[in-house]
Write a protein that binds this ligand. Structure first.
Ligand code: FAD
Length: 541
């Protein structure tokens, strides 16, 4: 098959314009194009009045060799790579041991699904509840100010991204097309097919919930077992080899292959691992606020007269500013047409994040606006205490809880007031979407001074890219601390912990992913490493 990239058509092109455009570009007659499929559809919105769609298509031709020969030097033409996923191992019929996967987030469920597909009948242990029950608990915080520390936005079936915008793209290098495998499994589980080819796919919260249930069923149908409200409390070891885990209730499950996919909020589990001697190091992350603007403002800034176009959808943005104080301020996890959500997993703390539905039809655009933090910023020696970044997060989350009034309302400030250095006292034209509500205040007490300084410098700079970004009534809500894991549980080339054999640290919590897609990809990589190790171990028995 032949892959043609950078095929540009106007935004308003006719539905049947692609086929003739391919033929014209390849210099072939219509009858010579047997078939084609979309690999990618993106857009170029640099010229707002003339936005173009950019296609990558895979074509089956009557005489492929002739076209390759004629267009030999054309850098937008080449062979379609083999993207089909191939399993690396098959479990023996008399499997003597089942792998354990801790965590049913995207990393854990992709690892479990892959292991199940290879016949290893994994046991998944998830501290939270099944997704429908979890939804009720999560709404309990949003609607009734009641947090369940074991069942919330961070913990439960589907992991941290279940109540999210469901953005499914990543900038990781992916030469083996594992990302495509993740997307294909998501489509099988009910995601819209377009996620395979649009350049910035998203699925939104409602669909994610259904997908997660279908993936669970798929794992079970393949012989896997999934246990909820099963928090892993201890790692069982024989010297430096993992031999099993102990649950909070005291039950023990034995296995020499344990995938640790606990996400970035499992602070008690990080502490347990550290106390057990598993090698952990501190790593950088970022903190700041959520910002909310009218979605129409972002749409017009990005798409001009094409704002509201159905193909383009609600506009997003990605902004970076390098500040005079040496920090980088940037937007992160932008959710078009969505809402700001309460995302704490610990009592007495306030954490923000963002979500949306597939339609992205809510009034406000929201995004994290964060500043990078290095381990050197932590108040203490991160080499002696690698968990200190976690304490740092807790400190600012507790400060936000206090500034919000102590009932899980979030502290908020209008951008005009934030830039002028005065507290806000009442909302303006942009209504904050955070539930259970906001308290107008000065956000300065919720982040270090260098973060406030950096954001005060960055917001006017962002206004030059998104006209209106610095609008006085735009809302900042605090505090965004869970941007990525504050630690890395270091692993070797075999994906095992560098000092604990049989333990496979994976996904975002271990510091090897950031986002749903990359966590899923890491789950696949780790599942392959586990499968190969188990097959070799069985051979040697
Ligand atoms: P997690 O998803 O965090 O899953 C870890 C799981 O482990 C959890 O279910 C937890 O309950 C369980 N667990 C923890 N400790 C234990 C234990 N001791 N025993 C048993 N189980 C345990 N990313 C995107 O790419 N796109 C988005 O649009 C997006 N939006 C987001 C919106 C919100 C509100 C949030 C919170 C996150 C969002 N993210 C998004 C980030 C994304 O969700 C994470 O990057 C991703 O979920 C990480 O996957 P993971 O499997 O590594 O960890």
């Amino acid at each position: 098959m032949l892959r043609l990239t950078e095929l540009k058509l106007p935004l308003d092109h006719a539905a049947d314009a692609l086929r003739p455009a391919i033929c014209q570009r390849l210099g072939i007659a219509d009858t010579d194009l047997i078939d084609f499929s979309l690999f990618r559809r993106g857009y170029d919105a640099r010229k707002k009045s003339a936005i173009t769609l950019i296609y990558t298509v895979d074509c089956t031709l009557r005489d492929e060799a002739a076209v390759f020969k004629r267009l030999d030097c054309d850098r937008n033409i080449g062979p379609t790579p083999d993207m089909a996923y191939k399993v690396v191992a098959q479990a023996p019929a008399d499997l003597k041991e089942r792998p354990i996967v801790i965590g049913m987030g995207p990393c854990g469920f992709m690892a479990a699904l892959l292991l199940a597909q290879m016949g290893f009948r994994p046991i998944v242990l998830e501290r939270g509840k099944i997704v429908r029950e979890r939804t009720k608990d999560t709404w309990g915080l949003w609607r009734r100010n009641t947090l369940n520390p074991e069942s919330n936005v961070q913990f439960g079936e589907g992991g941290a991204g279940t109540f999210s915008d469901g953005k499914l793209y990543s900038q990781i290098k992916d030469p083996n097309f594992y990302g495509r495998k993740v997307l294909e499994e998501f489509v099988k589980a009910g995601a819209p097919e377009e996620i395979i080819y649009v350049s910035k796919p998203h699925v939104g919260t409602f669909r994610l919930v259904k997908m997660v249930e279908n993936i669970r069923q798929n794992i079970v149908d393949l012989g896997g077992e999934i246990r909820f409200e099963a928090k892993v409390d201890q790692l069982l070891r024989d010297n430096s080899q993992v031999v099993g885990v102990e649950l909070a209730g005291g039950e023990r499950l034995m296995s020499r292959h344990v995938v640790l996919a606990v996400g970035h909020s499992a602070r008690d589990t990080f502490q347990m691992l550290y106390d057990a001697g598993v090698y952990i190091e501190a790593k950088p992350f970022a903190i700041g606020f959520r910002v909310e603007h009218p979605q129409t403002l972002v749409d017009h800034a990005r798409f001009g007269p094409n704002a509201g176009n159905e193909i383009l959808g609600a506009a997003d943005y990605k902004l970076v500013h390098h500040c005079k104080n040496g920090r980088a301020a940037y937007s992160f996890c932008m959710c078009p047409g969505g809402q700001v959500v309460a995302a704490t997993s610990e009592p007495g703390r306030v954490v923000t994040n963002g979500m949306s539905q597939y339609s992205r039809a809510e009034r406000n655009a929201n995004s994290a606006l964060v500043v990078n933090i290095d381990p050197e910023d932590f108040p203490g020696d991160f080499k002696k205490n690698p968990l200190i970044g976690m304490d740092f997060q807790r400190h600012w989350e507790a400060a936000a809880f206090v500034a919000g009034g102590g009932d899980y309302s979030a502290p908020a400030q209008k951008i005009g007031d934030f830039l002028a250095g005065r507290p806000s006292t009442a909302p303006g034209t942009v209504e904050p979407s955070y539930q259970p509500g906001v308290r107008w205040t000065d956000l300065g007490s919720c982040v270090p001074t260098y973060v406030t300084e950096a954001l005060r410098e960055a917001i006017p700079a962002f206004d030059r890219q998104i006209k209106g970004f610095a609008m006085a009534d735009a809302v900042l809500t605090g505090v965004e601390t869970r941007t990525s894991s504050p630690i890395r549980i270091k692993r070797g080339a075999d994906y095992q912990s560098i000092n604990t054999r049989g333990l496979y640290p994976a996904g975002e919590g271990a510091g090897y992913a950031g986002g749903i897609l990359s966590a899923g990809v890491d789950g696949i990589k780790v599942a392959e490493a586990v499968a190969l190790s188990m097959v070799n171990a069985e051979k040697n028995l």
